[in-house]
Design a protein around this ligand. Structure first.
Ligand SMILES: *[C@@H]1O[C@H](CO)[C@@H](O)[C@H](O)[C@H]1NC(C)=O
Ligand SMILES: *[C@@H]1O[C@H](CO)[C@@H](O)[C@H](O)[C@H]1NC(C)=O
Ligand SMILES: *[C@@H]1O[C@H](CO)[C@@H](O)[C@H](O)[C@H]1NC(C)=O
Length: 973
């Protein structure tokens, strides 16, 4: 049925949006009931449309062809599985499960050919065909390369198969798995994106819709058993739980069987479950969920309780103690416990992360379950809209500027989404949002949907919204989403129907651009993004030119770039809507006299970087250096200036001296968003400089910390490293202090380390941890003590671990232990994280690896060597390739020298690497680190020299210290 519907929707969209006569509003009523049309008729109609379509627009034709092929399955021509009945029986004693799948099949072609299903990591038992009450065993059955092939020897076009099989209960949030916490277990099923094939034989593609019903045996001992659909009113068999059938693609099914307890009812029909021992009655999360629930119902105009017939109906949000993964199944939302159990006294940082994660998890019920991609190639539309909406929800929640506890979600979006994305998207082989062909291979799908896409898609949606809407009264992106929800529900989204719906909704109501597709496609189909350059013009005003940005030279191309700017003459950083869209270049008149600056890209909302001619950089820098004039520039733009300058220098477009002068102005900075940009960009300098000085006795081993000493003045005097624990202050200040201390303590900046050592122990008991360390600086304080201390400090912290009853705090401690500079300890820590009897749960293991890698480059090297020697064991411990790939990404960000790069490259290219399905992604990171080494070769010595010559204050200080020690020496004689 689903297939028919897709074709109908597609045909309608096609007809309506063809540039020829029919450019009218798309209405719901033009959709015919899919069941009334036979597939033959639709095919005919669609073919006629293809013929009628002018050959001039190759793009459109390409889209059309692709969606033509993807409306069938890629596994076997002519195979339709109309219905699945799946029964799963876990066997906890040996960690396996038994499965029986009854599948109704229609063959439209090749009736004599084998029938195929995706089938991975499962063992096939008996296969039977069922006709009426008789069943016949099929003996010619093979499993090849993830595909189950059934040869019946007959030539029928209708079958019902009954397939018995077995599988392993996975450990970490994928497929059908068993999770653990304390002495408890739970059972759950998460099939996104291609894990349905690990649970039952199926055609596991997002556009292949069917009807599925599930039965779970032996899980009725759990207090709560919830799936997407309702339970049958009367259960046919004792000890089994059967759920109503639902239509949809296999990957959208989920289930949870658990003994967590309902902690809260944030809204009617919305239940939040946590471990009974971890229910602090946190009102904050409950308020957030309630807000989000109403927000999404309104934003999508798709009420949650009427998504699909037979749906479970409630929204069940579970705080999972041990797993952090994407979930898209209806009614069952699993969120990692630290994102959701947020106590009143929690760190601002936990709130900042958690409130966004909860919004994203909830958004997937609509953007993901209701709207799905027609092929994983188009997932960017879903992810982009979903994250865009989630941030809008979080922004709305945190919109009261008078609330001291407010998290600035505008800053969070720019720094965590746009700027992160711009960094990852600077590499030559960064992936475009939309690959140029449909994706069917699992590794290629993960490669596409994880990583850059998660940030870039939302950044592009945001920019698009500002360009189209031009004021805050209306949001065409939101309106288009509503239209999609109410016309294309439960079918498949591709970029074509997104563009067409958005074009129709917007209907050229604003005039910055003429054609939506022309504007947006260059950003979607290519990697990288532009940098604009601002030059002063003879007379008055500026000339704006553009170039494609990348860390290496890239083939030139033009983007249509939304421009927004303000000048020191009349600074206005509040109007974030662009004033024009630049096609190739632009000339702007403005009155700039001697010292006047102009700043482009207001609040960093555009997905591009800005370069200025040197004279303009100098004016900006002199404003940044002056306390009063600095504050005239919006903090987000101060972050953008720093982020852009350091990346322009990294790519060789400006001198490092310009970027580093901006870095030195951090001496006046206390804002979180600016320090976040500092941390993101200075990390690579820290690692590479440290490695450089470690390998050269004649260089100053304190070079990086000298730079840190020049930039912390405001942070130290205004925020301070020893805040009064009883002081209530704005959350954003706590957040900033936590980040700054983490950054500068890790760099071994002594005033920070000393403050941390002072705070570490209980003032009344030197053998216990101080319980009054403010939550936001605990990561810095613990890390600094582990780093500067030894076994004693570690043991104190490990003893503390046993006392706390909070998963977020637990992870803070586990991550802090990774700061140790004792490499034997680090090795044994990684070993503990990967042994079969590891004391750490699945997600904790991943966090430990990442923390080790991020602590310093030497630990990163220990982790690299550990991974090389224990690849298979680590993949198993982390819970599969996806988690390994997260670790590899972090690793790729923390290489420091050619030696490490060589080790990594040898590993990745070795036939015996055991990287298995992660090789594709590991190779992409190899090219990233190669590019970083080219940067090292070209710039590192200059950077060293510049810092060495430009840290006068500490130079003066060391001269003074030298004088003092000379005098002391003299007096002592
Ligand atoms: C969303 O909320 C606004 C403002 O309260 C209201 O005007 C609008 O009708 C709502 N839309 C839907 C679809 O509920
Ligand atoms: C810190 O800076 C803020 C903003 O510039 C100012 O309002 C506040 O008084 C300063 N606090 C201290 C302790 O210097
Ligand atoms: C903070 O408040 C607690 C309890 O009111 C008190 O015991 C403690 O001394 C205070 N700490 C500081 C540094 O004022």
């Amino acid at each position: 049925m689903g297939v028919f519907k897709i074709i109908t929707v597609f045909a309608v969209i096609f007809v309506v949006t063809t540039p020829l006569p029919l450019r009218t509003k798309r209405t719901v009523t033009t959709l015919t009931d899919p069941l009334e049309d036979s597939i033959e008729n639709l095919d005919q109609g669609r073919l006629a449309n293809i013929e009628a379509y002018s050959a001039s627009d190759n793009d459109n034709k390409r889209d059309l062809r692709n969606s033509e092929t993807s409306s069938r399955n890629n596994l076997r021509e002519g195979l339709l599985a109309s219905r699945y009945e799946v029964k799963l029986t876990p066997n906890f004693a040996d960690g396996t499960f038994a499965g029986v799948a009854r599948i109704s099949v229609i063959l439209n072609s090749g009736v004599a050919d084998p029938i195929k299903f995706h089938f991975v990591d499962l063992k096939v038992g008996t296969v039977r065909t069922i006709t009426g009450t008789t069943s016949t065993e099929v003996t010619n059955v093979k499993v090849n390369d993830g595909v189950l092939e059934i040869n019946t020897g007959a030539e029928l076009s209708l079958y019902t198969f009954e397939i018995e099989y077995s599988g392993t209960l996975e450990g970490a949030g994928i497929g059908f798995y068993r999770g653990t916490y304390e002495s408890e277990t739970y059972v759950a099923m998460n099939l996104h994106p291609t894990n349905a094939r690990r649970v039952f034989p199926c055609i596991d593609e997002p556009n292949v819709q069917t009807t599925i019903s599930f039965t779970f045996a032996g899980v009725n001992t759990y207090t709560n058993v919830i799936a997407n659909s309702k339970r049958l009113a009367t259960q046919p068999t004792e000890g089994e739980l059967q759920f109503e059938p639902l239509s949809g693609a296999p990957y959208l099914w989920g289930m949870m069987a658990h003994n967590l307890s309902p902690a809260n009812l944030p809204a009617s029909n919305v239940v939040l479950y946590t471990r009974p021992t971890r229910n602090s009655g946190d009102l904050q999360t409950s308020v957030a969920i309630n807000n989000y629930f109403n927000f999404f119902n309104n934003f999508t105009a798709k009420p949650y309780d009427s998504i699909i017939a037979n749906q479970q109906g409630g929204m069940h949000i579970m705080a999972l103690p041990d797993v952090d993964r994407d979930w898209y199944a209806l009614s069952t939302i699993a969120v990692w416990e630290p994102y959701i159990v947020i106590e009143v006294s929690a760190a601002a940082r936990q709130k900042q992360i958690g409130f966004v994660k909860i919004a994203e998890a909830m958004s997937k019920q609509w953007f993901g379950y209701v709207l799905g991609p027609s092929n994983w190639r188009y997932q960017w539309v879903i992810t982009g809209l979903g994250r865009y909406a989630a941030f809008e929800a979080a922004r709305r929640l945190e919109s009261n500027p008078a609330d001291a506890a407010r998290i600035d979600m505008d800053a969070a979006f720019v720094t965590d989404v746009i700027q992160e994305s711009l960094l990852d998207d600077s590499y030559t082989n960064a992936l475009p949002l939309e690959p140029d062909a449909d994706l069917f291979n699992e590794n290629a799908i993960r490669n596409n949907i994880n990583g850059l896409q998660k940030t870039k898609a939302a950044a592009i949606m945001r920019m698009l919204s500002l360009v189209l809407s031009q004021n805050s009264e209306i949001d065409y992106v939101r309106n288009a989403a509503q239209t999609l929800f109410n016309t294309a529900t439960l079918t498949d989204i591709n970029s074509r129907n997104f563009y067409d719906t958005l074009s129709t909704t917007w209907n050229q109501a604003t005039n910055l651009i003429g054609n939506l597709r022309d504007f947006v496609q260059p950003w979607v189909l290519n990697n990288n993004y532009p940098v604009i350059r601002i030059d002063l013009r003879q007379g008055s005003g500026v000339i704006v030119t553009q170039e494609r940005f990348g860390f290496a030279n890239r083939p030139q191309m033009n983007f249509m770039i939304p421009l927004s700017f303000t000048t020191s003459v009349n600074p206005d950083f509040n109007n974030i809507y662009p004033s024009q869209v630049m096609q190739t270049t632009a000339t702007l008149t403005m009155d700039l006299t001697d010292d006047d600056w102009v700043i482009f890209n207001i609040q960093g909302q555009g997905y591009y970087r800005v370069n200025y001619e040197t004279a303009l950089w100098n004016r900006i820098i002199s404003a940044l250096e002056d306390e009063t004039r600095r504050n005239q520039i919006h903090p987000i733009n101060r972050a953008v200036l720093l982020d852009d300058a350091l990346n322009l220098a990294r790519s060789g477009r400006i001198e490092y001296s310009i970027a580093l002068r901006i870095v030195l102005t951090m001496n006046l900075e206390t804002e979180y968003v600016v320090w976040k940009a500092f941390m993101r960009n200075m990390n690579i300098l820290r690692n590479h400089l440290q490695s450089l000085v470690d390998d050269n006795d004649n260089l100053d081993s304190n070079i990086y910390v000298r730079l840190i000493g020049r930039v912390t003045n405001a942070a130290e005097t205004n925020l301070t490293f020893s805040p009064d624990p009883n002081l209530t202050e704005p959350a954003m200040r706590s957040l900033a202090r936590g980040l700054i201390m983490e950054t500068v303590c890790k760099a071994n900046y002594q005033p920070c380390v000393a403050a941390a050592v002072d705070l570490f122990r209980d003032p009344n008991d030197a053998n216990a941890i101080n319980g009054n360390i403010p939550a936001d600086i605990r990561p810095a304080v613990y890390c600094a003590n582990i780093m500067s201390g030894g076994e004693e400090e570690r043991n104190l912290l490990i003893a503390h671990l046993a006392k706390i009853n909070n998963q977020y705090e637990r992870v803070v401690i586990l991550e802090s232990l990774a700061c140790s500079t004792d490499q034997d300890y680090i090795r044994s820590y990684l070993d503990q994280a990967t042994i079969a009897t590891s004391p750490y749960n699945s997600e904790e293991k991943t966090r430990i690896f990442k923390a080790v890698i991020e602590s310093n480059y030497k630990n990163a090297r220990v982790a690299l060597n550990f991974l090389i020697q224990n690849t298979a064991r680590t993949i198993e411990a982390l819970g599969g390739p996806e988690k390994l790939e997260e670790v590899l990404y972090t690793l790729s960000r923390n290489f420091a020298n050619g030696g490490m790069v060589t080790e990594y490259k040898n590993w990745v290219s070795s036939l015996y690497s055991n990287l298995e399905s992660s090789r594709l992604i590991a190779e992409r990171y190899r090219d990233f680190i190669d590019q970083d080494m080219q940067w090292n070769d070209a710039h590192l010595n200059n950077i060293y020299t510049w810092i060495d010559q430009n840290d006068a204050p500490s130079f003066m200080l060391s001269m003074m210290l030298l004088c003092i020690s000379l005098m002391v020496a003299l007096f002592n004689h």
